[in-house]
Design a protein around this ligand. Sequence first.
Ligand SMILES: [Mn+2]
Length: 370
Amino acid sequence: MTHFQTRLQRLRDRMREQKLDAFFIFNFESSDSPNLCYLTGFPGSAGFLFVTPKRAVLMSDPRYGERLGKETQGLEIVVKQPRERLYEKIAEVFKGLNVRKVGFNAPTLSVQQYLELTKAFKKKKAYVRLKPMEGVVESLRFIKDEQEIAAIKKAQRVTDKAFDYILGGLKPGKTEREIAWEMEVFIRTHGADNLAFGSIVATGPNTALPHYDPGNVKIKKGDFVLFDFGAGMDGYCSDMTRTVVVGKPTAEQERIYKIVLDAQMSVLNNLKDGVKGKQGDKFARDLIKKAKYGDKFGHGTGHGIGLQVHEGPSLSVLSKATLKSGMVVTVEPGIYLPGWGGVRIEDMALVQNGGCVNLTGAPKKKLISV
Ligand SMILES: [Mn+2]
């Protein structure tokens, strides 16, 4: 069985539990691309997947030509021709499958698309009842298989190398944008398909903004520089944050760095199969609270990562997940002091063998000064 067949089988188990006749993936303009990719490997921006207990039909259009058959073995292929109307064609496929109760991913289907679908079902006399659902395929994606873990590791390897390369050229006078661009060029010329997300490069007081967009700000001596970035490889993402100082660190910079690092290590030392996502967050939050910076850590401790840079399960106060072997999560506590600066340290951890394996190689044991 291929990875994709195994994944379709797992989806069929969920369909059975939910008493569904079919599950429908509607990926238009890439709206549900990660779920479609996960189940079929088909990366096209328009792809519609119909999964029944016995069959799996993928519909796309001639723009993808031969790729449709080649990249998606084992699926029945339907090609929508330009003169055919999308929603009516979908209705016809449903009619041919003779299914009633059909689950779909509600968050990625617009109200307009939903209305168009139901209108076409009526017109074509396809007696489909759409059942809005959330997180069905996403929750299958929580646990990574070997091929996925290999891709994430590969993406992180380039990220580690890019960090090493950037440190070599880091000096006062360079702007955040220049550094972000150098990182992007390095990542893209060292085997990655793309960036996992728009890189964050922040310096000085800007490091106090957890989600910052690099600007034309020049690095000054004594500044913190915070890098939060990742690569995209074989469809999978990496995500890493490092905070360094340009020149000699102050005692205060060292002190804050140490608190964040201890908080991060507390998570990494305790994450294992069976630990709740809520508890994963608490390991870090307790230490930061004890150091009296609880109110300066305004985000969750981590998130799942895979086909998307942010996916489930999360390590946060609100997380309902329980960690299981094969899950990959980021561990990224931070302390942010407005006007002064911030520190965040982020690694990716794979839950495995009664603990977790750190997938990130870049150094962090002490505050790096360049
Ligand atoms: Mn992250």
